[in-house]
Design a binder for this molecule. Structure first.
Ligand SMILES: *Cc1c(COP(=O)(O)O)cnc(C)c1O
Length: 415
């Protein structure tokens, strides 16, 4: 979507779709392009993240259905999505959270307050002290760490389950950056390093090998996991299948996931199965709205935005990927081509080349799709760039609540 703001004294752009000042839809339209008419965008500060409670609830309901049908428990991986103002939407449908650090564990305890699990590649003593007051389960990445902190955890009055992350050494992910089973990986204990005689106090195993993958990859991974570690399962009480299950992506094989979990539970009666998706919880539930600040020319038209790939959507550069924009297309698809550039100093702070049906002008607003997960949690104030405001919306009634605006104090307090 592009439209011009009221400050320009222009009518909202009708070029792409009719813009309604009173979004009165009673039935949510859950497709991507309907974003542009669901909310009164001109009322929002730019840049801002908007997460739609209706879309989030739809994802959560699908996850709840999988829980109910397969008997697994599902945790939200906070590292992917931590917008706690939306947790009331998720809490009824999920079992809790998994945390990567004491900070995330504390957020999970304070704001989600159901089951809290933690995993990190290694813990400090201070981490363990803090986690022991917050977590139900702490998962270790090595026997050494688990044994080092055993006396401390044994002395904690509340029961804290302990688990080990294992590495099934089964690569199904496309890129090494996101493949915990890549050769030389530090994540998870390989079978060669696994000591069955040192399992005292361990009640479960954890593996996390997937990234944006379908249930066929889980099937392959699960077979590798059971081949290597299956003999140890029957003395345990839980197994965590990690995250990376792209469950809420249209076309994901939900039936296969339900079958895999159900059959696993039949093979290992008494074992509780956990899934801990991050991305799937918030997939396609939020957008980043940004404004065109200027147009420059160097061989092609370049629109400079009040956002930045480097600071607001770093996975665009790291993954890398091309975010979709409402109303824009591939080069050639529409007559007006622009390179969209960020406001930071980084030469490579480029979001991509996009075609638009009409020329862009300063003040135009753009909606970058699918920005709820791994964007809000990864923003930085590099260059002192303004952090996007955080808005909780509801497309069922057009409701918008600006839950957080950022300013100089947020920049300064990190330095
Ligand atoms: C990243 C991660 C998750 C969540 O992964 P998604 O791809 O967001 O589903 C879950 N568990 C662990 C251990 C992780 O590192």
């Amino acid at each position: 979507m592009i439209f011009q703001t009221a400050t320009h004294g222009l009518k909202y752009d009708l070029l792409l779709r009719t813009f309604s000042l009173q979004p009165k839809k009673l039935q949510p339209i859950m497709d991507d392009t309907s974003w542009s008419t669901e909310f009164a965008w001109q009322e929002l500060p730019s840049p801002c993240f908007v997460v739609d409670a209706a879309r989030l609830a739809a994802n959560a309901r699908l996850l709840a259905e999988i829980r109910a049908r397969s008997g697994c428990r599902i945790l939200l991986a906070l590292k992917g999505f931590s917008m706690f103002s939306s947790f009331d939407v998720l809490r009824p449908h999920l079992d809790g959270v998994c945390a990567s650090s004491p900070h995330e564990a504390r957020l999970g305890r304070e704001e989600f307050n159901k089951e809290v699990q933690a995993f990190a590649a290694a813990y400090s003593e201070a981490d363990i002290r803090e986690l022991s007051g917050l977590c139900d389960t702490i998962i270790f990445n090595s026997f050494n760490q688990m044994e080092r902190f055993r006396p401390y955890l044994d002395a904690v009055p509340r029961p804290i389950r302990r688990g080990l992350r294992v590495n099934p050494e089964c690569s199904t992910a496309a890129t090494a950056l996101y493949d915990p089973c890549a050769s030389g990986s530090r994540l998870g204990i390989t079978r060669a390093e696994f000591h069955p005689d040192r399992l005292a106090g361990i009640s479960g195993l954890h593996f996390h090998c997937l990234c944006e993958q379908d249930a066929d990859a889980l099937e392959v991974t699960l077979a590798a996991f059971e081949k290597k570690f299956g003999e140890f399962l029957d003395s345990l009480s839980w197994v965590n299948f990690g995250g990376g299950h792209h469950i809420t992506r249209p076309g994901y094989d939900v039936e296969r996931l339900v079958r895999l979990v159900t059959e696993f539970r039949d093979r290992h009666p008494g074992l509780t199965v956990y899934l801990e998706p991050g991305e799937a919880v918030a997939l396609n539930t939020g957008v980043l709205m940004a404004t065109v600040l200027d147009i420059v020319h160097n061989g092609l038209d370049i629109a400079i935005l009040d956002t930045s790939a480097e600071t607001h959507m770093p996975d665009v550069l790291a993954m890398p990927y091309r975010p979709r924009i409402v109303g824009a297309g591939e080069p050639g698809e529409y007559p007006h081509l622009y390179r969209l550039g960020g406001v930071s100093c980084l030469a490579g702070d480029v979001i991509g080349d996009y075609a638009f049906p009409r020329p862009l002008a300063p003040g135009d607003r753009l909606l970058f799709l699918d920005m709820a997960h791994y964007s809000m949690v990864k923003t930085t104030t590099f260059n002192g760039v303004q952090l996007p405001a955080i808005v909780l919306g509801d497309s069922r009634n057009g409701g918008l609540r600006v839950v957080r605006r950022f300013g100089y104090a947020d920049f300064k307090s990190r330095l």
